[in-house]
Structures are given as structure tokens and as C-alpha cells.
Write a protein that binds this ligand. Structure first.
Ligand code: ZN
Length: 239
């Protein structure tokens, strides 16, 4: 069983970067949760934890400690940049070994590729820095800076589908690095959305999946009032 520790930056009294009515602590938690869900549903032999799963403050050294005490195989800290620039960059510690360089390359390429499908994103490169969470973690550890909250990049950061794709790109890169096996497809039970659906239903299913409202499965089965409420909440409350 491989262990993945995802670290949504900041939280609680520490909002992280703010700008364009966005808070870094909220965006990075969303990206981390999308990454966790994708790893858990698409791959086998993996366990995923978050250093924080809600809006709370955790000191940096405790984040590293959580990963070390658990014996995580990978640590990925997720952040949003600020300072008026634009684009995507990744960091490893100055004393990183080859394995960490591989993790950084894998994350960097996969996430940038995903972001570039939405609009051209500036590649700020693979950087090295003396960040505490990278220095004090005992496993390959990388920090991602996913665009700038206080520039034109904020347009993407307000788009839930973009955050979902970015989270899933983190997950795919981690899976590739750990050589995780994909969950075998359940031959036949996963009906392709196009099969026997009207054109409008096909479009609606694709849209709901992209928005993170529904997984697009079992569309012909009845929903409870609670399930409908959850779908409305995800769609209208932008969760
Ligand atoms: Zn940050």
C-alpha cells in the first residue's frame, strides 16, 4: 500500500494569498480534495491523507511531522502564488535527491499539460527553495504554485472545472511516480454516456461531470431528495 500525503497550504487564521475575492486556503483545499478523490477512485493500492481536510491552521513543522510519522511515500504541498506575476511553477528542496527530481518533473509536466488545455499558461520552471515542508519531510516532497491569485490568472482559479482538472493532474502525476495500477473497469456496468442517450442528455452528463456535480453514472436510476439537494448545492453554491 502506497501512502500519499497531500498538503493544502495555509488554513484557519492563515488565509495565504488573497486577491480578486479569492482566498488561497480555500482554492488549495479544493484542488487537494479533487486530487484525493481521483487517486482513491481511479487507482488501487494507495491510501491518501490530507494534512488538513477543513479550514484549520496547522504549523509547517506539524505538516512535515504528519507525513514522517505516517511513513508517507510522497508529500505534495499545494499552493497558489501571489505578487502580480502569472503562470505555474514547482519547487523541490535544495538538498533534494534524484527521486524527488523525478517527482518534480512528473508533477510539473502533467499539471502544466492539463492547464494548457484551458488556455496558454506561462511555465515559470522547476525551482529549488529552502521551504520548511520540503526540508523537513523524509520522503520525496514537492510544492506546486498553481497560478497567481492577484493577476489575470484568477479567471482560471474561479473556475471549478479548472480546479478539478488541476487536482486530477496532481493525482495522475503521483500515480505515475508511484507506478500505481488503475482500478480495472467494471466491464459493461460503466455504460458509456453516449450509448442510448439523447443528444441533450449526453451533453448534460458531460457538463455535470465537468462541473463536479455528478459522476455521470446510473443516470437512469432514481435519486433521493438528498442526492438532488447535493447536486443542486454543488452546482449553485459552487462547491
Ligand atoms: Zn501558499
Amino acid at each position: 500500500m502506497k501512502k500519499v500525503m497531500l498538503d493544502p497550504g495555509h488554513g484557519g487564521k492563515d488565509s495565504g494569498a488573497v486577491g480578486n475575492s479569492l482566498k488561497e486556503k480555500e482554492i488549495v483545499l479544493a484542488i487537494s480534495q479533487y486530487a484525493k478523490r481521483f487517486l482513491e477512485t481511479q487507482y488501487q493500492g494507495v491510501e491518501v491523507r490530507l494534512t488538513r481536510a477543513d479550514d484549520r491552521f496547522i504549523p509547517l513543522n506539524e505538516r512535515a511531522q504528519l507525513a514522517n510519522n505516517w511513513g508517507a511515500d510522497v508529500f505534495v504541498s499545494i499552493h497558489i502564488n501571489a505578487g502580480g506575476g502569472s503562470g505555474f511553477e514547482t519547487f523541490r528542496s535544495k538538498s533534494a535527491n534524484d527521486l524527488t527530481v523525478t517527482l518534480q518533473n512528473t508533477l510539473h509536466n502533467e499539471i502544466l499539460k492539463s492547464m494548457n488545455t484551458v488556455s496558454p499558461i506561462k511555465d515559470r520552471g522547476r525551482q529549488q527553495a529552502n521551504f520548511l515542508v520540503l526540508r523537513q519531510t523524509a520522503m520525496p516532497a514537492v510544492l506546486t504554485e498553481n497560478l497567481f491569485i492577484d493577476s489575470g490568472d484568477s479567471r482560471q482559479l474561479k473556475d471549478q472545472a479548472f480546479l478539478k482538472a488541476t487536482g486530477e493532474a496532481h493525482a495522475k502525476a503521483i500515480a505515475a511516480f508511484l507506478k500505481l495500477k488503475a482500478v480495472p473497469s467494471k466491464g459493461g456496468t460503466n455504460v458509456s454516456p453516449q450509448k442510448g442517450y439523447s443528444a441533450e442528455l449526453t451533453k448534460a452528463v458531460e457538463w455535470a461531470k465537468k462541473q463536479g456535480i455528478s459522476d455521470g453514472q446510473r443516470v437512469n436510476e432514481p435519486a433521493t431528495r438528498g442526492e438532488i439537494l447535493i447536486m443542486l448545492y454543488r452546482a449553485l453554491a459552487n462547491k
